[in-house]
Design a protein around this ligand. Structure first.
Ligand code: MG
Length: 414
């Protein structure tokens, strides 16, 4: 029985607890049973329009015994985030309810009064004007931090789909070239705020109807993710963070004695948002030692690698990357292999981008240049004997080297 396997149950609201104004089947009884079992129950919604209190009232009107402390909206979580960051002045767009919740919770913070706010907060309201969005753009360009309540680009309404916060932030992103800190699911910020008072060993499960927000967010945190869906949802990769640990039709399945769930074990990489082509260079010197660089972002040693710029040939990309990272000029000899293992090729950048590379790995030979001190992307550059590689290497890179050594490269070194 799934209910017995966890201590904490985080529920999405829309599509899990209710749909429009109707409670979904078995919700009331299932929540009651969990409560009787002594489970901790919390509700996490990305909808930034209503206040925590309004959502609580709505759940009570639907007949559920819920208190305000169990409800986490992306708007409320954003307010907590602003408080913790210590901002004293923000420019915020959202519903009048969201703005009044913000004013009453953040009495020390000046809201929509300053000409140079420390942060811009974008939520959603049908009455937000293009003029206001443009004001946000100006502030962000002038250096304000960029925060969004949630990233959902649309949400379902009776006539189809409605624009949501995510579409607004894309407009601002396009105009400013900046990406926001997003608070709502799948961002860890919302989950951290909703679980920070729980014991570290609490067994937590997230139950939602969206693989892209509920399940992806749960898995990013290392929590089990249960999907509510009529049909099973599958993804091509066994590592896919969006793939639910189990799919159920409604909450009564939590008490099915025949059902269990294998807890999610988090792979050792963040979930990438896209896949891009990359290049890597196995560079040997005259002694047969291999060139490694210590990455600034994660402190791990690895083979020089990078991406192909638009209009660039693969060969040009390799030469440029090795030069930028080490200061050495190389000649490209031949292809060793094509790799896309996410453990070694998912990288998180300070911009917030998380990219998985498909890397074309080439055997190269040093042609000139010197290892220089003013390298752009590496903390340290050294040649290593392939039999004595550093312990803290990027996963899979030793394998690329083995592949290079397994083939005959003797012609390329003296
Ligand atoms: Mg939902």
């Amino acid at each position: 029985m799934i209910a017995a396997e966890f201590d904490v149950f985080l529920f999405d609201l829309d599509g899990v607890i209710y749909l429009e104004n109707e409670l979904l089947p078995d919700v009331k009884l299932s929540l009651e049973r969990l409560r009787q079992m002594g489970k901790i129950i919390r509700f996490l919604t990305n909808d930034p329009r209503a206040t925590r209190e309004q959502v609580t009232q709505r759940l009570r009107r639907l007949g559920l015994d819920v208190n305000e402390q169990q409800v986490y909206t992306s708007g409320w979580a954003t307010i907590q985030y602003i408080q913790r960051r210590g901002y004293s002045s923000v420019f915020a767009l959202g519903t009048p309810d969201f703005l009044s919740e913000m004013r009453s919770s953040l009495q020390q913070v000046r809201i929509n009064t300053d000409n140079q706010p420390q942060a811009v907060v974008i939520g959603y309201d049908d009455d937000i004007t293009m003029r206001q969005v443009n004001e946000a753009v100006q502030y962000i360009q002038q250096g304000s931090d960029f925060i969004a309540t949630n990233g959902d680009t649309s949400f379902p309404v009776s006539s189809g789909r409605s624009l949501a916060t995510g579409s607004l932030i894309r407009a601002v992103q396009a105009a400013t070239g900046r990406r926001p800190v997003v608070i709502g699911k799948p961002s860890p910020v919302m989950f951290q705020i909703a679980t920070e008072d729980l014991p570290a060993n609490a067994r937590i499960v997230m139950i939602g109807d969206s693989p892209e927000t509920d399940i992806l967010g749960a898995h990013g945190m290392g929590y089990t993710g249960i999907l509510i869906s009529e049909a099973p949802v599958t993804f091509p990769s066994k590592y896919d963070f969006r793939a639910p640990d189990v799919t159920i039709r409604n909450l009564s399945s939590l008490f099915d004695p025949a059902m269990t769930v294998v807890p999610w074990s988090k792979p050792p990489f963040p979930w990438p948002e896209r896949v891009e082509p990359g290049v890597a260079a196995v560079v040997f010197n005259e002694q047969g030692d291999v060139l490694l660089m210590k990455r600034i972002d994660n402190g791990l040693w690895g083979i020089p690698s990078g991406h192909v710029e638009p209009g660039e040939t693969v060969e040009e990309a390799i030469k440029r990357e090795v030069m930028e990272e080490t200061g050495l000029e190389v000649t490209v000899e031949r292809l060793i292999g094509v790799y896309s293992h996410p453990a070694s090729q998912v990288f998180s950048y300070p911009s917030g981008d998380v990219v998985q590379f498909i890397t074309l790995c080439f055997l190269c030979r040093v042609d000139g240049g010197n290892i220089r001190a003013d390298r752009k992307e590496s903390a340290e550059v050294k040649f290593f004997n392939p039999a004595e590689l550093p312990a803290d290497m990027l996963p899979m890179h030793p394998q690329w080297l083995m592949d290079a050594l397994a083939s005959d490269f003797s012609a390329f070194i003296r």
